[in-house]
Ligand binder design. Structure first.
Ligand SMILES: NC(=O)c1ccc[n+]([C@@H]2O[C@H](COP(=O)([O-])OP(=O)(O)OC[C@H]3O[C@@H](n4cnc5c(N)ncnc54)[C@H](O)[C@@H]3O)[C@@H](O)[C@H]2O)c1
Ligand SMILES: [Fe+2]
Length: 403
């Protein structure tokens, strides 16, 4: 009885959330797209009267010299820059504080987040801390807790990906409690996003596959949730089609710029969809795998996605059928049940073809109660999932991920 009432209260929250998402003035970043587009970012920054920026990135990308062409064009446009490259995958509160210190020391005016979701999210959180010094990173956890808008932010994603360049979210890890949490605020949306496929041709195969499955998870969770709108549905369907058509190709041959462009666009569409319609249990469980064991976000999502889809297949059947048709693996005449099963089978087949396992090797049985507790806390009432699970059901599902 209490659980039934609780579920009803979650659904009431979802209705309010949908209304908020519909009326909220989501800023849309200006897009610079196509091969070499990263070289045009500096002139666009200069045109905004900015001449001192903090570039937030990681050491791997610095080592690959991936930033060189952008840094050269910043210098050519007389924009002073400081590089902060200490961002770890699954960025921590310490990373954010260290970056904030450099920003202040160098009296920067704006931020460039260059990299995968980790540097971009870290740049967002640095910006939030810079303008809101009385709010700790933890205090900004949740929805709309960033009070003063961040300095101008420009994002250059190098994975496809998190879609962070389109989203209101920064995901940060508390290294002490091993908890991953999200700051969500429309003030975190960047001014400009650069979708340059040339930056993605060198992505290692396993990062191409797992970050691509993260983008697919965004599209799927946004679409099967109950808070989709015409806008988010169109973006999610378009992203799913592009990912089904391009991800395995990108995995096999990463040098094809057309395929890389399609994946970058898909990731952006999926980001635009989920940031308005939210994600679901796949992400809530994946955040725990990242926080507790450092499992890469995309890898965790890829492994967990089929299990969560099986859990809610009946409730989400009609929508999974639409995704199957959009993805080109079924026809409108087929039954929704058959199409939804085909869709889940396709996700499993993609994982298999890209050498993604079916279990999480780091997962410990003794952690499952804590994981389920945290998943419940993150998901309820926030995520407008098609089928609400209780803690017991969550534990049962997580057990299936044991190696
Ligand atoms: N803000 C959001 O809306 C949002 C959405 C989903 C996930 N996330 C978060 O984003 C983070 C994950 O981001 P990610 O999956 O993009 O990975 P990442 O940024 O952690 O990068 C993973 C690895 O790939 C390397 N890499 C990135 N681009 C490369 C390139 N072009 N060539 C070679 N190596 C490259 C990085 O150096 C790093 O070692 C997680 O913390 C996740 O929770 C955020
Ligand atoms: Fe994600």
């Amino acid at each position: 009885m209490i659980w039934t009432m609780q579920k009803a209260s979650y659904r009431a929250f979802h209705k309010a959330l949908k209304l908020t998402a519909v009326v909220l003035p989501f800023p849309v970043p200006a897009l610079l797209t196509g091969p070499g587009s990263v070289k045009t970012l500096a002139a666009n920054i200069k045109a905004r009267g900015i001449d001192n920026v903090l570039v937030v990135t990681d050491k791997v990308l610095m080592g690959l010299n991936l930033l060189d062409s952008m840094l050269k064009s910043l210098a050519e446009n007389n924009i002073k820059y400081t590089i902060f490259d200490a961002v770890q995958p699954n960025p921590t509160i310490e990373n954010v504080e260290a970056g904030r210190k450099v920003y202040k020391q160098k009296k920067c005016q704006a931020l460039i987040g260059f990299g995968g979701g980790s540097p971009i999210d870290c740049a967002k959180a640095i910006g939030a801390r810079i303008r809101n010094p009385y709010l700790s990173v933890r205090m900004m956890k949740g929805l709309f807790r960033v009070i003063i808008p961040i300095p101008p932010l420009f994002c250059v994603p190098t994975t496809a990906g998190t879609g962070s360049e389109a989203t209101i979210t920064a995901v940060i890890t508390d290294a002490q409690s091993h908890e991953k949490f999200a700051i969500n605020d429309i003030k975190l949306i960047p001014k400009i996003a650069v979708l340059d496929p040339e930056l993605m041709v060198g992505l290692p195969k396993h990062i191409t596959s797992t970050t691509g499955m993260d983008a697919l998870t965004h599209a799927v969770e946004a679409f099967i949730g109950i808070n989709g709108t015409k806008f988010t549905d169109e973006n999610a369907l378009a992203a799913t089609k592009l990912i089904f058509e391009n991800l395995e190709k990108a995995y096999k041959d990463g040098s094809d710029l057309g395929v890389r462009t399609n994946m970058a666009v898909a990731s952006y569409y999926a980001g635009a969809a989920f940031t308005r319609a939210a994600v679901g249990y796949v992400h809530a469980i994946a955040h725990n795998m990242g926080g507790l064991y450092g499992v890469p976000h995309g890898l965790a999502n890829a492994i967990i996605l089929p299990y969560v889809l099986e859990f809610c297949r009946k409730e989400a059947q009609g929508k999974l059928a639409k995704l199957a048709i959009a993805g080109g693996i079924g026809k409108p005449g087929e039954s929704e049940e058959a199409l939804s099963i085909k869709f889940i089978d396709k996700v499993k087949a993609m994982n298999k073809a890209m050498d993604i396992p079916t279990t999480i090797k780091e997962l410990k049985r003794s952690d499952i109660p804590l994981i389920a507790k945290r998943v419940m806390k993150e998901s309820h009432p926030l995520y407008p999932v098609p089928r609400i699970m209780d803690r017991q059901e969550c534990e049962e599902l997580v057990k299936k991920l044991l190696p």
